[in-house]
Write a protein that binds this ligand. Structure first.
Ligand code: SPV
Ligand code: MN
Length: 624
């Protein structure tokens, strides 16, 4: 877009002296041009430049409350925010890559013609900030002063979005100076558009459009953080694209520290689709958390190092209870900065959500407006007191179990990758891959899971989700898998790879307990250090009964019976064979899939069939 006005003159006319001084002190002509371009297009009444200071951050929070984007709750520092009834999750259908003529990203990746799409989204942005303030804020993805650090500039007209980012991301204003005027930063432009009763009026025009050539993402007519907080899933798309040619990894992974004997600490990263126990695994009792959602992983001296891209958690609040999640519960119940979103605001000015383990009020205000038990939506479905995808936003360092290396510029060495999904009938609770490539291919690249409320659409359908990253990928799956294999090949001691499954069911009931995952990670920790033996099966190594029995006793003070073990660790050949077929089918028409993938599947299938012939369909681990 060409502008007739000198960018600096334009900015000066919309900014306080202070804001103008802040933006010019960054000495970055690309930034000035970027902000001026969107100042002209979005036409805000004024522009606020948010630096790293506590005053700036506090002003954002205060203004969010004054403007009604958030409301102050009874506990000091707590606020509540509502997204509209139709704006409760990431919008997969309207999130698209802007691509040039003739470019085809394949059927799995949504794209729109660059010219048309850009015109559409810029049309949505035109005059979208009239009567509002444009906020310009700076963040750093990954720890600051580190080879992980990536600078970002966020433009938004939502104080809630900026407030969320202040909690979730490391400050980026000072870091931005280190760019020395270069254009090597990610750009995000968000406008909630016209608001009605505090929520987006034009959700039908909700668009998230991604321009990979210019590292810019536009988000319009939406408030839900997964669509609007540029640094989260939007930046992840840009980072995925960037790292593929630079030899490092962007993963949809938590980073967890597991305590072992003699005070040793072992770090794991883990990828699970939404609502499959990812946050609760990152948050295990007696272990430490670095991150719950996105990790950057780099190789240094033959070792994989991981860092959390974020410093906060935007977590699902449903089922967070005092009993099951004491660390999170504590932060949600003491004074300090917390944003609750899409939960119930009751008369006592406290937030309530589903599965919180206390009696909940029969009326209040929720994402649908005034709410009373029994209220139904326009289709006659009952509206629960809070949305299933209601969330909390907190800083990780407020948790008692925060790991000391959260902000370490070096990151932490990774000893294991954990992949998980929602699988009622196929895989065992924990299994270790034969080697890195075997794990990447038959575990990470073969994740299936039931859909959940975190994305729009029908819940409960078994869906394939490559490394839980499929929603965010802008290039062929085969190339992404190859990047992972290439990364592993550079390592002297590649992480062990594990698959976990917390969702085995029998007669509609879960076979494993909510806290059993604490045992599975302790077993993985022992395996990393060569301190536990394992049983070889056609799909990988599984634990021995004696080790689990001891761990259940030590970790959970629980008796783990041989019956439980047999039920959970039986190798289910027909189901595993069916899964192998499904995975083959998925990759059948994909391009650039590593050749060893289908070879591995063939080998696995042959081994499974051999097993089946000699041992039957369901093979007890005790028979191995
Ligand atoms: C996820 O759905 O994977 C999340 C929440 O982490 S969102 O911010 O919506 O992406
Ligand atoms: Mn996520």
């Amino acid at each position: 877009m060409s502008s007739t006005t000198d960018p600096k003159v334009l900015l000066q006319s919309k900014m306080s002296e202070e804001s103008f001084a802040k933006i010019t002190a960054l000495k970055n002509p690309h930034l000035i041009e970027f902000v001026a371009e969107f100042a002209e297009l979005c036409n805000p009444d004024n522009i606020f430049v948010c630096g790293d200071s506590a005053e700036d951050k506090s002003l954002i929070r205060q203004t969010s409350i004054e403007k009604g984007e958030e409301r102050a709750l009874a506990t000091e520092g707590h606020t509540i925010h509502f997204d509209g009834p139709k704006d409760q999750a990431r919008d997969k259908a309207n999130t698209k890559y802007l691509v040039g003529k003739g470019v085809n990203l394949g059927q799995r990746i949504k794209s729109v013609d660059k010219e048309e799409g850009t015109a559409e989204v810029l049309g949505n942005l035109k005059n979208s900030m009239e009567g509002k303030t444009m906020i310009v804020a700076f963040y750093c993805l990954g720890p600051v002063n580190s080879d992980f650090s990536l600078s970002c500039a966020q433009i938004t007209d939502s104080y809630y979005v900026a407030h969320s980012e202040n909690i979730l991301y490391r400050p980026g204003y000072e870091q931005f100076k280190k760019l020395n005027g270069s254009d090597n930063f990610f750009r995000f432009v968000h406008s909630a558009g016209e608001l009605e009763n505090g929520v987006c009026k034009n959700v039908d025009k909700r668009r998230v459009y991604i321009n990979l050539d210019d590292n810019i993402i536009y988000s319009t007519n939406t408030q839900y953080a997964g669509n609007t907080v540029g640094l989260k899933k939007l930046a992840m798309r840009l980072a995925l694209n960037k790292c593929k040619n630079e030899g490092w990894l962007t993963e949809h992974m938590f980073v967890l520290g597991v305590n072992g004997k003699g005070g040793r600490k072992t770090y794991f990263t883990g990828a699970f689709p939404s609502a499959c126990g990812k946050t609760s695994t990152a948050m295990l009792k007696d272990e430490t958390i670095i991150g719950d959602d996105i990790a950057y992983i780099r190789e240094r001296n033959g070792v994989a190092y991981a860092a959390n891209v974020e410093k906060g958690i935007f977590g699902i609040i449903q089922d967070v209870s005092c009993k099951d999640d004491p660390e999170i519960w504590k932060v949600l119940n003491i004074p300090g900065e917390v944003i609750f979103s899409n939960v119930l605001l009751a008369e006592d000015n406290n937030p309530y959500w589903l599965g919180m383990g206390v009696e909940t009020p029969k009326k209040g205000i929720n994402y649908s407006g005034e709410w009373e038990e029994g209220k139904t939506d326009e289709d006659g479905n009952e509206l629960t007191l809070a949305h299933k995808n209601a969330r909390y936003t907190i800083e990780i360092d407020k948790l008692d179990n925060c790991d000391e290396n959260l902000n370490n510029p070096e990151g932490v060495p990774v000893s294991g990758f954990i992949y998980g999904g929602r699988d009622s009938d196929t895989s065992v609770p924990v299994v270790e891959a034969f080697d890195f490539a075997h794990g990447i291919l038959t575990m990470g690249a073969s994740i299936e899971s039931e859909t959940t409320a975190a994305t729009l659409g029908k819940a409960g359908v078994r869906t394939f989700n490559l490394m839980s990253i499929l929603d965010f990928l802008s290039y062929p799956m085969g190339e992404y898998i190859q990047n992972n294999l290439d990364f592993g090949a550079k390592l002297d001691n590649a992480p062990k790879v594990f698959n976990v499954n917390y969702f085995q069911k029998k007669d509609g009931k879960y076979l494993t307990g909510m806290h059993d995952k604490r045992v599975w990670v302790k077993w993985m920790e022992l395996r990393v250090h060569g301190d536990a033996e394992a049983i070889e099966t056609p799909v990988g190594y599984i634990p021995k009964y004696e080790d689990l029995k001891r761990l259940f006793k030590d970790v959970l003070d629980k008796v783990y019976t041989e019956e439980d073990y047999v039920e959970q660790f039986t190798i289910r050949i027909p189901e595993l064979l069916a899964k192998t077929d499904r995975i083959r089918e998925i990759y059948k028409d994909e391009v650039n899939v590593p050749a060893e993938f289908s070879q591995l599947l063939d080998v696995q299938e042959a081994k499974l069939k051999e097993f089946q012939e000699s041992k039957g369909d369901y093979v007890s681990p005790l028979s191995l």
